[in-house]
Design a protein around this ligand. Structure first.
Ligand code: SF4
Length: 426
């Protein structure tokens, strides 16, 4: 037994409400369960109850044991003086207000069907990747679909909030924000922090001044990244070095050079080395006058993919690292990588912009992009597929990953429409 279950039972009134009485024998009628409160203070606000025919309006507080009132330090807390009903599983101690009057108490143990509790316990004790796996197919299809929509929007909202934070840090400059946000995802998983740091070191405005020269953009990126060797026999490297010295001095960037150790090469395929990604990033920065303007003007995912599938400069077509010539051609940024950039970088950017502008059409477009991209495949999506869920598009995979991560893995089954439908009384 825990308060989550008690809250669920109270919220949906899944208990026998015949001849309700408080522990002191007053006849109780619930007129309004109240608003669930997720902030500080009692659990439900603005509840209405009749006690022996008299109406009381105030808060409802829930506890497994009535003595938790003291354990949670409510005595003396003015916020709890407004409690009109204390709903508990077990009444092990009377609870009084500051003036000494008893807080009316309703005990729910004995009023909840054992099957409801058992179904909840089964979910909580399940060790399956998706705890309700054995029962999932029995849940109504409508609950599954509504949950998919809900978690996808929650995921977009969470990511959009992070973009908005970055936008605030960047004095509400959308172009600078898009540049830093996208840079982070050009680093993919392992080099995201290094790419973001590099983007914060070199302001976009500096790079934009040198859009006419891919070599200068590469010099700034590789020089500030710390990846550029000090000495080399190669003309390309020597050129970059000279350009970097000149430009970094001009823009006061010399002291901000990153360390080589900040970049990760281990466990990466050569095509994903940060050197190759930086070269591709340089191409994109040179080609696009305004990343944000471009991203927000593109209607469909195909065009977006075309924009992001950049190839690198000649040197990087034959090198994965400085000074090491490759026998084979280094591939351009591939379709899968471009799709990951759309999912993780472009969609949240557009969702953030939609939120900031309160523009539903932009949010619809972000969702449409996801629907136009193939699903990611991983152990989470495979677990859902095994339960009969369709995982065709990135909309499906993103929603299912969010569902698993924020609900199933945290056993928030009672907040999940499927869980609520599986636990509720038959
Ligand atoms: S959160 Fe929902 S889908 Fe996930 S295990 Fe719980 S009931 Fe099942």
């Amino acid at each position: 037994m825990n308060e989550d279950f008690l809250s669920f039972v109270w919220r949906y009134q899944y208990f026998d409400s015949a001849d309700l009485r408080t522990e002191t024998g007053e006849a109780l009628q619930i007129l309004r369960i109240g608003q669930l409160n997720t902030d500080a203070g009692p659990d439900f606000a603005e509840s209405r109850v009749l006690l022996d025919g008299m109406e009381w309006v105030g808060a409802v507080e829930l506890h497994v044991k009535s003595s938790d009132w003291e354990v949670h330090r409510h005595p003396g807390d003015l916020a709890y003086e407004s409690v009109v009903l204390h709903v508990v599983w077990d009444d092990d101690r009377p609870v009084r207000r500051r003036d000494g009057t008893l807080v009316p108490t309703l005990v729910l143990s004995g009023r909840v069907k054992p099957a409801v509790r058992e179904r909840y316990q089964r979910l909580m004790e399940s060790k399956a990747e998706i705890p309700c796996a054995p029962q999932f197919r029995d849940a109504p299809r409508l609950q599954k679909i509504s949950m998919l929509d809900r978690v996808l929007l929650e995921r977009l909202d969470g990511k959009a909030a992070r973009v908005i934070d970055l936008w605030e840090e960047n004095n509400r400059d959308w172009e600078e924000t898009a540049y830093q946000w996208l840079a982070q995802y050009f680093g993919f998983r392992l080099n995201a922090p290094a790419f973001l740091r590099l983007a914060r070191i070199i302001p976009l405005k500096v790079l934009q001044k040198h859009r006419g020269s891919g070599r200068q953009i590469e010099a700034l990126l590789f020089g500030c990244s710390g990846l550029l060797p000090e000495n080399s026999e190669e003309v390309y490297v020597q050129d970059l070095h000279k350009e970097y010295q000149f430009l970094a001095t001009k823009y006061g960037l010399l002291s901000q050079r990153m360390e080589l150790t900040e970049w990760k090469f281990l466990r990466l395929r050569p095509a994903g080395f940060p050197t190759v990604r930086l070269a591709q990033w340089a191409t994109l920065l040179q080609r696009e006058a305004g990343l944000f303007a471009s991203l927000t003007s593109i209607e469909n995912a195909d065009d977006l993919r075309k924009m992001l599938r950049v190839s690198q400069s000649d040197y990087w077509k034959r090198h994965y690292q400085f000074g090491k010539r490759s026998a084979s051609t280094v591939p351009d940024l591939g379709k899968d990588a471009a799709d990951l950039l759309i999912i993780n970088a472009a969609v949240p950017l557009l969702a953030a912009y939609a939120r900031q502008r309160d523009h539903a059409g932009l949010l619809d477009r972000a969702v449409r992009w996801l629907e136009q991209i193939s699903a990611e495949k991983n152990h989470i999506t495979r677990a859902w597929e095994a339960l009969g869920m369709r995982v065709n598009t990135a909309f499906d995979s993103q929603a299912l990953i969010e569902w698993h991560t924020t609900y199933c893995a945290r056993k928030r089954c009672l907040e999940c429409s499927v869980g609520a439908s599986l636990v509720r009384p038959a």
